[in-house]
Design a protein around this ligand. Structure first.
Ligand SMILES: NC(=O)c1ccc[n+]([C@@H]2O[C@H](COP(=O)([O-])OP(=O)(O)OC[C@H]3O[C@@H](n4cnc5c(N)ncnc54)[C@H](OP(=O)(O)O)[C@@H]3O)[C@@H](O)[C@H]2O)c1
Length: 340
């Protein structure tokens, strides 16, 4: 089988090596999948840059999701046949043309979904769904703020929130992305490069009226989000993209860490507000039933036409470095995926 192995931290063009390896055989409870392609996530960019703490030591095959057809079933696997088209979670190991993975992390998908659409459902839609439906209780008429709103998780959050009747504020960094947010039905798209989103939301009349924020940026965005919350509101922190700006500069890293703020539980009680941390790897490890529930819900929602992933671009596997650079450039909209 072929893998794109991460051999070096740094620029995408020098980071990956195409390797030939023996194709693994599925063990008990596992399936072997012949891949059509795999998805990229921003965590992959951070892994390549050497700032993703869950990344295995190099050399490593990274990648969280793969789509393809089952080629062999391990002992004890029921409910699937060779040739079934499936979406699979891979805990790393996804940048490969064959993968072996536990059947627990596999779900059937229709032929109508492209590689980009299918892989978007795994990490990005699952994270969004879990954040909205398992971390919080949001209702029609509530207000939510989504950062990196035009990205993969951002798109998923907006579609799920709009379906629930939530009023959505979305931040993104270009005029093209703002048009995209309008097309998704975002009520208040905000270009954070042109205006301070905190001041803008206050100006719009929603100071302390936000019920939830979805924050993968980190640093002082956490304090700013918290200031906007209504009583009963929560900031869901699920990333620290700002780390990419501070990488290699200790002063910037310290500023970033201070930016997160220092928090006392008393403050949460008196204000009746919360900070919620989310890492889907930990949820997969320790809450497998909730993970499965989210996976089933996401596939049901796409089958019902409630959600529809946006595919920013599908690249040929030989263009993996270009795809990584594109995602890192902050120009991508929706999902970036790779086809074999
Ligand atoms: N905790 C978890 O389990 C989990 C799971 C999945 C994803 N995540 C996190 O969710 C975030 C989104 O992931 P994704 O795969 O869907 O990526 P993405 O949103 O498609 O791409 C990243 C986007 O983030 C925005 N961004 C804002 N500030 C940034 C900064 N300082 N540095 C870099 N990008 C910045 C950029 O758009 P604009 O600048 O235009 O806004 C960029 O296009 C990432 O932080 C990722 O690590 C966490």
């Amino acid at each position: 089988m072929r893998t794109y192995t991460l051999v070096k931290n740094g620029k995408a063009a020098e980071a990956f090596k195409l390797e030939d390896k023996p194709t693994p055989q599925p063990g008990e409870g596992e399936v072997l999948i012949a891949s059509e392609g795999f998805g990229l996530n921003f965590a992959d960019v951070m892994a390549r840059l050497g700032i993703y703490q869950d990344c295995p030591p190099l050399p490593a095959v990274i990648g969280y999701e793969n789509v393809g057809r089952i080629q062999a079933l391990g002992k004890g696997v029921t409910g699937y046949m060779e040739g079934d088209r499936v979406l699979a979670f891979t805990r790393f190991g996804g940048y490969a043309d064959h993968i072996v993975t536990p059947v627990m992390g596999v779900t059937p998908i229709p032929d109508s979904l492209s590689v980009g659409e299918a892989t978007a459902l795994a990490t990005q839609y699952m994270t969004a769904y879990y954040a909205v439906e398992e971390c919080l209780n949001l209702y029609e008429g509530d207000h939510a703020l989504v950062h990196a709103a035009a990205g993969g998780v951002g798109t998923a959050l907006i579609q799920i929130l709009k379906h629930k009747g939530v009023t959505v504020f979305g931040t993104a960094g270009s005029a093209e992305k703002l048009d995209y947010l309008k097309s998704l039905g975002v009520d208040y798209p905000i270009n954070y490069r042109e205006t301070d989103y905190l001041e803008e939301i206050k100006k719009l009349g929603f100071d302390r009226k936000i019920d939830a924020t979805f924050n993968p940026i980190g640093g002082n965005y956490v304090k700013k989000d918290y200031a906007l919350l209504n009583a009963g509101g929560a900031v869901v922190i699920f990333g620290a993209s700002k780390l990419t700006e501070a990488r290699g500069n200790p002063f910037k890293i310290i500023r970033l860490l201070f930016g997160f703020g220092f928090w006392s539980p008393i403050k949460f009680v008196t204000a009746s507000k919360s900070l919620i941390g989310l890492n889907m790897l930990r949820i997969a490890d320790y809450k497998p039933a909730a993970f499965q529930r989210s996976l089933k819900a996401v596939v049901d929602l796409v089958n019902q036409g409630v959600i529809k992933p946006t595919v920013g671009q599908e690249f040929d596997h030989s263009e993996l470095a270009d795809a990584h650079t594109f995602l890192e450039s902050r120009k991508s909209i929706g999902k970036v995926a790779i086809k074999w």
